[in-house]
Write a protein that binds this ligand. Structure first.
Ligand code: PRT
Ligand code: ZN
Length: 224
């Protein structure tokens, strides 16, 4: 169901939310975020914002339910691989990489354990929220392993005896350190990105997207 208004999905709460709101504001999109609404309307442009869990954003784009979305590349890639596995639509267009949400997906293990390369992970159990990205990496290395899927508290899995190693997002490294873990291998580098659904757009929407991109370019350059 397409609407006249441009639909943009952003994270409702979390690490990307504030910066997405700030970016849109600097692009001149006026939005009142008060209240607990799923959809908020821009006051000065034909734009509707969908405020959702970040996990839902890649699927909303790939199913063509929203026009644009802002999402971390880690989440985007994980959902893309999962959908390919399930035979579901997995297409999107990358409009631009943004200047926030930077992190890396890394394999980490007990800081006292020796590590000389991916072959040391052979037949180990690795806890992660990103089983598809991890599998793609390990397959490329030709190393067999098993997983333990966790949607939270991944970093405590080794200590709790649930896994030998973890594969989780890292930014400062403080969480790994606090849990007696060391970063062994960076398998994916991520930033927030602006993506667009496949398919055709009305002339009005195309022009609005162009305008937003031009403004975004200016906003991001001004910060550099
Ligand atoms: O509720 P919702 O599902 O929308 O949010 P969420 O809890 O799934 O995600 P959220 O808000 O935590 O993160 C959203 C996105 O921010 C991620 O998908 C990444 O693209 C990006 N991002 C950037 C990060 C981090 N940095 C990050 N450090 N996401 C998570 N972390 C976590 C990491 O999982 C670990 O627990 O922070 C911890 C490590 O941080 P350091 O600084 O101690 O290394
Ligand atoms: Zn999430």
């Amino acid at each position: 169901m397409q609407t006249q208004r441009l639909r943009i999905a952003i994270q409702k709460k979390g690490r990307l939310a504030k910066e997405c709101q700030e970016l849109l504001k600097r692009c001149g999109v006026k939005i009142n975020y008060t209240g607990e609404r799923l959809v908020v309307h821009a006051e000065n442009m034909p734009i509707d914002l969908l405020l959702v869990r970040d996990d839902d954003i890649p699927g909303l784009i790939m199913d063509g339910v929203v026009d644009l979305g802002v999402i971390g590349e880690n989440e985007l890639e994980e959902v893309r691989l999962e959908r390919i596995k399930l035979g579901e639509p997995s297409q999107y267009q990358l409009l631009r990489r943004l200047d926030f949400g930077g992190c890396r997906l890394s394999i980490a293990l007990d800081k006292d354990q020796s590590y000389n390369g991916p072959q040391d992970l052979a037949n180990q159990r690795i806890a992660t929220t990103y089983p598809n990205i991890l599998k793609a990496y390990m397959d490329k290395q030709g190393v067999s392993f098993s997983t333990c899927m966790l949607n939270g508290s991944v970093e405590v899995a080794p200590r709790a005896g649930l896994a030998d190693a973890i594969c989780d997002l890292v930014s400062t490294g403080a969480t790994l350190e606090a849990n007696g873990l060391k970063e062994a291998e960076v398998i994916f580098r991520s930033k927030a990105v602006l993506i667009q659904r496949e398919g055709s757009f009305s002339e009005e929407k195309t022009a609005l997207i162009e305008r937003l991109l031009t403004r975004m370019q200016g906003v991001i350059q001004a910060k550099e």
